[in-house]
Design a protein around this ligand. Sequence first.
Ligand code: HEM
Length: 490
Amino acid sequence: IRKPSQHPYPPSPKRTWPIIGNALQIPFTRPWLTFADWGRAQDNEIMHLSALGQHIIILNDAQDVVELLEKRSATYSDRPRMPLLEQMGSFNSFNAGILPYGDLWRQHRKTFQQGFRKEVVGRYHTLVTDKARNMLQRIISQPEEFKEHYEVFAGSIILSIMYGYEMDSTKDPVFQAAKRAITLSNPEALLASLAVSTIPVILNVPKWFPGGGFHDLLDEFNKALAVMVDIPYNMVKGRMQDGAQEKPSFVQEMLERQTERGLTENDVLKNVAATGLAAGVDTINCVMLNLTLALALFPEVQERARKDISLAIGDRLPTLEDKLTIPYIEAVCLELHRWAPAVPGGLPHASIRDDIYKGYLIPKGSIMIPNIWGMVRNPDIYPEPDQFRPERFLNADGTLSDDNRCWTFGFGRRVCAGRHLASDAFWLATAYMLTALNISDPIDPTTGVKITPANVYFTNELISHPQPYTCTIKPINGASDLGEGSSVNN
Ligand code: HEM
């Protein structure tokens, strides 16, 4: 048996220089595209990069991702250290998505699970339905403001579930603070996803980091974070102390459980709720923007969906109980997450011990990049990957095929903790949009040029949004009355 040190690293896509390694070749702009290209050039083999001694492993193949991040999850569930985020006040201990693999992370994850595992998210169906219906009504009365309506949809679901807090405009102060905190933390998170945040030289490159200015940024970030983390949480506590009969919320329920069990309050619950806000709002908003663009670009999908919906349930709005009856809607959701994964570069994991895989050494402390884009845009598995074809996920008889694993929510023990809620919310929103609206004419507002499947692009952010666009949204005949049991004529 060879010692770990006798095994080679996985192949590198580029020449590795002494000391700096591949530091100068690591792409800054939409790195998932370059990683996917590099992967394709070497049969999607697992790849190794190094940067000043930091090992980085790029995975473009779903089988490698499953084998390492899922089957060997005891080794690959840590997160890379993020030196800048660690300076950002309490960010490091507040966000479960960033915490190192260990006891504190486990406490956060367990708390999350109590409100968001598969078996319990059904309790939010009524709330999610109300919010989706409200969104649809807003779109019908002000279609040109659809982006505002999506943000309200995403923000109001999370704030209402977590805190029983209702918002009805993006000007809401708690929502504004959350948005600001998320935006300010994004550059570092993006750098981390590029796996270069440990490289001091490169840390000086981003424009937002001009020496002293960084401290102002930190102050602003910490202020926004304090509003986002403390205000809604303290509101729930205040209501409970006053004995006010408010509608229940995740935070209230968990605080009551703590009291019943005689446990003392700690920061975990407060931070879990705020993480939900940070992790859930922009992601849900982003998939809604992606969906609208996809439907505008591929009108044939809207036509087939309307036929299938009408055949399955007649002229009414679908409900979450109709999921199994209308497989085409699920196929649209799966195809959307494939065509435009919200986090295309994946969130990096890190390894906690040396491992040998396919004869290669993956050293302890490696940053593992599951390149979701490389997986979902692989033409050998999804021919013509830039085409939006929900049929990919269906059998010839219209039932869902077995190949319906959705990669967009990540992997293994660090898989998205809010995925069941997000999937329900997104399924219902998709079903409503397909039933009640006709979407067309995606235009780039700066150039006035029509967007086509060939020129569509997604932004260079950790949560990668579609390019700015406008489109025409019209209610389908009869969809303006959305009362209970309302009918929709195609
Ligand atoms: C469509 C919407 C969403 C997408 C695409 C998404 C995607 C992701 C991804 C890719 C990860 C990283 C997984 C990994 O490391 O392999 C993640 C982590 C996480 N997500 Fe989501 N997410 C969404 C919505 C939500 C919502 C609504 C919540 C909360 C209510 C949430 C809470 C979390 C948390 C807490 C983590 C950190 C998990 C950990 O590190 O243990 N997400 N999500």
